[in-house]
Unconditional design. Structure first.
Lengths: 344, 579
């Protein structure tokens, strides 16, 4: 098993390198980070020319990638534009743990910018994922066991509604219903934006209260999709001979469902969850934006708009690494769930 | 049993994450002001923090806290590392401009005793030297006096190549800076620099804090102060900034001006427009900005005070005339065609129907300022006059297809803008109205990153692909200076950063624009701009569609709010909260 894990991790190194080259080429073509720099007017030509040189944006793409990967402290650069490289480079490169400085938030490294948001994203996404998995399992299994019953039809209808509702629409509807209209009607209302009310302060209660609507929004759509998937895999397993055999042996119904059926149905579900967990760090782009939740999704959008390559690359590489790690964990989980699978 | 264990672990994890989020001051890290009220080591403050009761000792319920909703989070709080309006405006709370502008654009000296003029000797006879006299009672928030040394340091840091500042303007217009005494700053330029009043000293760096950083690091690029400006010079001082969430400013106990009524100001970052409206309706914010026209009625009915404040932006049509290198549409070379277009588009009706009557048409980029010629006759909607002008210019519908033509060229123009909804609506109205006088419009609606792409990137506004561009722009407001009508600004392969993407080179206009940039006597400059504005209006080099003021929403708790289009928070100390 250990050899398998080490082998997979070693295989990940060239994979990450190739991924980084592709992502870097793509992000470099997103646009001009100096076009307006967040201002309401275009950057003055003289400043654009100076900053292009100072920030190393005048270098060819392969060289900028090399700087990102291995740094530029091995050569001198021309900061004052006199044509003479007089200043020693200071970047160490990703391979030495330096993701570079954020071009948007000058004074912070890309890693610092990203790391600030990770706890907020996990705070939002972990409860949402727990709710999604729990409710999707319950609804999916219930629906599968009562195939074509009235309850199954109702769940199916609701699932399709949930699955086909755009997440931004559900988010805005929930804000207007539970925040704006509930308050107007004199009912207890939920906060619409942020992590806490500044008038009250950042208490556990405030954070929990502000989590309700975004978590609900993320969960709603995903539960609908997951429950359909679980229903179909459960139905497939429930029709297998070994389930009939288990029942014929006189095993208790629940035991058959949860030990024999669910365990065998869980392999494809684990694959799905494995992918989802890997992307937890990416946050929820739309939900975080609408509910003004300070997570990774919003960070990515904000820095994407400003073409902040060091931060964008940092986030994307973190997600790539996360996908690889969780795929290994998923593969190991297969072995736990299915004794026929062995990694020797 | 094993399932139960897992459930307990998961619930425990959830509770733990909630507790951690609440107990730490941040979800991640918060940039805070660790010594905001204490003096910098080695520098003796001139006085102890103010005699008023420290804010921290007050009961939470007694504190007046205002929440402002910002739809964009600042990138930096340092004046040199941001171009963002949201940061520049916030700076007025904690790092005041040397002078403010009130709601009528009158100047209010803040750090200086008076504005330099020729009469008081502040402007030299040749217009090249400016002398500023500083107040002698101004101090940083840590109690250290603000002196001319801070001005010199600010100037030097803007121009030092070791700092990758966003802009060196306007400091790069000057040759030298001198500080003959702690209360005097002297700037000298090679040529008189007319826009100094609107562009100089929008911020100040505390030399006693940042000089040691610069000396140690060789640059200010990575200074902690950029994101946590612990020492400032406004009625409020920086307290904390949690990335993506909020920034908090509290009363500056060492502020020398009138004491603010509001104890704390939170800037809450809400990036989505619809969410901002919901939060304002819900009372989760006391102030909102950049409210779209269509949301005005909703917020007004929710009890918010809706205001429009001009910050000098005007929405207009820019005509691509082209030149030998990149030719424009032949019809647009004739001023009569441009004048016909100006009279064929009913701006009043558009503003009433689409913009809910909340703004007005404009004639020049300088409307409502002294720089507009009084001789300008506004363009009126007059399709008959437009038809007559086109006939006179020789553009007639010779082939009966409903579109005018001349020498085999159809009068079909490409009208391009960004995907902003209001612009798309305007394009549709323009297409319909110009069709009535036989001008065909092909519409292009492009993402702003594509629309505003540069010459080097073959941007559509540079290549001649778009004949009429619609967007909103501003001069160095409230200064009238604007550089992109100069012939020298026409972009070429040798000068791809040129801003005159319309390729308009009018020698008379060019000369006038060059002249005004050096005129430091206001009356003379106004006279020049009267000629500029009249020439540009009558030649229809730019056709103003609507005044594009900033929309502000003021919640019912906020009182005494006065807003300026240049320095919105100039009267922040008067603002109050009433429950």
């Amino acid at each position: 098993m250990s050899r398998y894990i080490i082998r997979r991790l070693l295989q990940a190194i060239p994979l990450l390198l190739i991924v980084s080259i592709i992502l870097f080429a793509l992000t470099m073509n997103l646009g001009d980070p100096l076009a307006t720099m967040g201002g309401r007017r275009a950057t003055r030509p003289a400043d654009r020319e100076r900053l292009t040189r100072q920030l190393g944006l005048d270098q060819p793409m392969y060289k900028q990638y090399l700087y990102w990967l291995i740094g530029n402290d091995w050569e001198r650069i021309d900061l004052d534009g006199d044509g003479e490289a007089e200043t020693q480079g200071t970047r160490q490169g990703v391979l030495r743990g330096d993701f570079g400085n954020s071009m948007m938030k000058r004074g912070q490294t890309a890693w610092e910018v990203i790391w600030e948001r990770v706890p907020n994203t996990l705070l939002l996404m972990i409860p949402a994922e727990i709710i999604i998995i729990t409710f999707a399992l319950l609804i999916g299994i219930y629906s599968a066991l009562r195939q074509y019953s009235a309850a199954d039809h109702v769940i199916t209808a609701l699932s399709f509604i949930g699955y086909s509702t755009p997440i931004f629409f559900f988010a805005l509807i929930s804000i207007y219903l539970f925040s704006v209209n509930f308050k107007r009607w004199g009912l207890p209302s939920l906060p619409a934006v942020g992590m806490f009310d500044p008038q009250v302060g950042k208490t556990t209660g405030q954070v929990a209260l502000h989590m309700i609507l975004p978590v609900l929004t993320i969960s709603f759509v995903s539960i609908a999709a997951y429950s359909r998937y679980i229903r179909s895999t459960m139905l497939e397993v429930m029709n297998q001979d070994y389930i009939r055999t288990a029942r014929a042996k006189g095993l208790h119904g629940r035991y058959v469902i949860f030990v024999h059926a669910l365990r065998n149905a869980s392999l494809p579900i684990v694959t799905l969850i494995g992918l989802d967990l890997a992307l937890l760090l990416g946050g929820a782009l739309v939900t975080e934006r609408i509910f003004a939740w300070p997570g990774m999704g919003r960070l990515f959008l904000d820095h994407m708009q400003r073409m902040d390559v060091p931060v964008i690359m940092g986030i994307l590489m973190l997600l790539s690494l996360s996908v690889i790690v969780f795929q290994i964990i998923t593969d190991l989980t297969y072995a736990v769930l299915d004794p026929r699978i062995r990694y020797e | 049993m094993r399932n139960l264990k897992w459930s307990v672990m998961l619930i425990g994890l959830l509770i733990l994450s909630l507790v951690l989020a609440a107990c730490t001051s941040t979800g991640g890290e918060t940039t805070t002001s660790p010594e905001a009220t204490t003096a910098v080591e080695g520098v003796a403050p001139v006085e102890e923090p103010g005699g008023e009761e420290p804010a921290e000792d007050m009961a939470e319920g007694e504190r007046k806290i205002a929440t402002f909703i910002w739809t964009q989070e600042f990138d930096s709080l340092s004046p040199f590392y941001t171009n963002m309006w949201f940061s520049q405006v916030t700076r007025q709370l904690w790092n005041v401009w040397a002078w403010d502008y009130d709601e009528n654009l009158n100047i209010i000296p803040v750090l200086v005793t008076e504005m330099p003029t020729e009469e008081n000797g502040g402007i030299s006879a040749d217009g090249r030297t400016l002398t500023f006299k500083l107040r002698d009672d101004i101090v940083w928030s840590d109690g250290t006096p603000i002196t001319s040394e801070d001005f010199v340091f600010t100037f030097e840091m803007a121009l030092d190549p070791a700092n990758t500042v966003n802009s060196t303007y306007p400091y790069d217009q000057y040759e030298s800076i001198d500080a003959p005494d702690p209360q005097t700053v002297v700037l000298t330029s090679a040529e008189p620099f007319a826009p100094w009043e609107a562009t100089l000293w929008h911020s100040l760096l505390p030399a006693h804090v940042l000089r040691p950083v610069f000396e140690a690091d060789g640059t200010l690029d990575n200074a902690e102060w950029n994101l946590a400006p612990t020492v400032g010079a406004g009625p409020y001082r920086f307290e904390e900034w949690e990335s993506g969430s909020y920034a908090r400013f509290v009363k500056n106990e060492n502020w020398w001006g009138p004491e603010p009524n509001i104890d704390e100001i939170f800037f809450r970052f809400v990036p989505d427009d619809a969410s901002q409206v919901a939060a304002l309706q819900n009372g989760e914010g006391d102030l909102g900005t950049f409210i779209s026209w269509s949301d005005f009625p909703t917020l007004e009915s929710a009890g918010l005070d809706m205001r429009t404040v001009s910050s000098g932006f005007r929405e207009g049509w820019f005509f691509f005339l082209g030149d030998e290198q990149i030719p424009g549409h032949p019809a647009l070379q004739d001023v009569r065609v441009r004048q016909a277009i100006a009279q064929a588009f009913d701006r009043e009706a558009l503003i009433q129907d689409v913009l809910l009557g909340l703004t007005k048409p404009v004639e020049t980029l300088w409307d409502d300022t002294p720089f507009v010629s009084p001789d300008i006759v506004p363009w009126q909607y007059n399709p008959e006059a437009a038809n007559a002008l086109l006939d006179e210019a020789g553009w007639v519908d010779s082939n009966g297809d409903g579109v005018r033509d001349k020498d085999g060229v159809e009068l079909v123009l490409v009208h391009g803008s960004t995907t902003r909804e209001i612009r798309q609506d305007t394009q549709a109205v323009a297409q319909q109205q110009l069709a009535e006088i036989g001008i065909g419009l092909e519409l292009q609606s492009l993402d702003s990153t594509v629309f505003f792409a540069s010459y080097g990137e073959n941007g559509p506004t540079y290549t001649g692909e778009i004949d009429i561009q619609q967007w909103s722009d501003v001069t160095s407001f409230p200064d009238p200076d604007i550089s992109y009508w100069l012939c020298s600004e026409i972009p070429t392969d040798e000068y791809p950063d040129g801003t005159n993407n319309f390729r308009i080179c009018d020698e008379e206009l060019d000369e006038l624009f060059r002249l005004q940039a050096t005129q430091t006597i206001p009356e003379e400059r106004i006279a020049t701009f009267h000629q500029i504005s009249k020439l540009m209006h009558d030649q229809v080099y730019w056709f103003g569609v609507w005044d594009d003021p900033d929309g502000w929403a003021i919640g019912p708790r906020l009182q005494n709010v006065r807003l300026s289009g240049v320095t919105p928070f100039f009267a922040i100390t008067e603002w109050d909260i009433s429950e």
